[in-house]
Design a protein around this ligand. Structure first.
Ligand code: PGA
Length: 259
């Protein structure tokens, strides 16, 4: 039984006041949502994680980090370890978000180390993959996604794969207002599931959650969630507005009730 997943990536937004306000609004609304057949996690900036975690405590909304470092401790100035994140109540971390790949320059090799260390350290990684616009135009989407998934999961056992969530986020749809059509999203999600079935087995591929991300908004969430292989959404901009994020959560709950 796979629960749909809604992730809110706040990126480098909010401040001390607005992060608390957002967390408080989400916490009180989510507590009242009947059923809760959905997993919701928010990914605030590192410096607000602890305060947001406290505000969310008891609400049922989980806490995640936008990035992580793979070494356990030591001379890694500016980095944050898995145990530090566990220590303050994080359960999830994004690995290889497109902004880290394309703005910061993270490689597939580094991302693989993060995914693997996260699982060993007790954090559930969301491995983000997706093609650039020129790669899509050159019909290279499947090739790019295959490389990112094969390298990101390299050496990972089927048992450990069960801890992983995949997020397909076409780079051209992130923060641009351009969303992949539901058909485009479904095509790539189906491709990823088949790839995982070849790399592992059909059972593991069926069980893994594949989220869609890239300009998910209240008015397109339902259509995206109506696709067979879309198991949830990774929301950026719209997760900064409590009402928009809640509309998206409700759409996901309506479309993907676990049986
Ligand atoms: P967006 O961001 O919803 O603002 O496009 C999505 C993401 O980067 O995770």
């Amino acid at each position: 039984m796979k629960k749909p997943f809604v992730a809110g990536n706040w990126k480098m937004n909010t401040n001390g006041h607005t992060s608390m306000d957002l967390a408080d609004r989400l916490a009180s609304a989510f507590t009242e949502l009947a059923g809760r057949n959905v997993t919701v996690a928010v990914f605030p900036p590192f410096v607000y994680l602890q305060a947001v975690g406290k505000a969310l405590n008891g609400s049922g909304i989980a806490l995640g980090a936008q990035d992580v470092y793979f070494e356990p401790d030591g001379a890694f100035t500016g980095e944050i370890s898995i145990s530090m994140l566990r220590d303050i109540g994080c359960n999830y971390c994004l690995c290889g978000h497109s902004e880290r790949r394309h703005v910061i320059g993270e490689t597939d090799g580094l991302i693989r180390k993060k995914v693997s260390a996260a699982i060993s350290g007790g954090l559930l990684p969301i491995l983000c993959v997706g093609e650039l616009l020129e790669e899509r135009k050159a019909s290279r989407t499947n090739e790019v996604v295959t490389r990112q998934i094969k390298e990101g999961l390299s050496g990972l056992s089927a048992e450990k794969l069960a801890a992983v969530i995949i997020a397909y986020e076409p780079v051209w749809a992130i923060g641009t207002g351009l969303t992949a059509t539901p058909q485009q999203a479904q095509e790539v999600h189906d491709f990823i599931r088949k790839l995982l079935s070849q790399m592992y087995n059909q059972r593991s591929a069926e069980d893994i959650r594949i989220l869609y991300g890239g300009s998910v908004k209240p008015d397109n969430a339902a259509e995206l969630m109506g696709q067979k292989d879309v198991d949830g959404v990774l929301v950026g901009g719209a997760s900064l507005k409590a009402n928009d994020f809640l509309v998206i959560i409700r759409a996901v709950m309506r479309f993907k009730m676990p049986v």
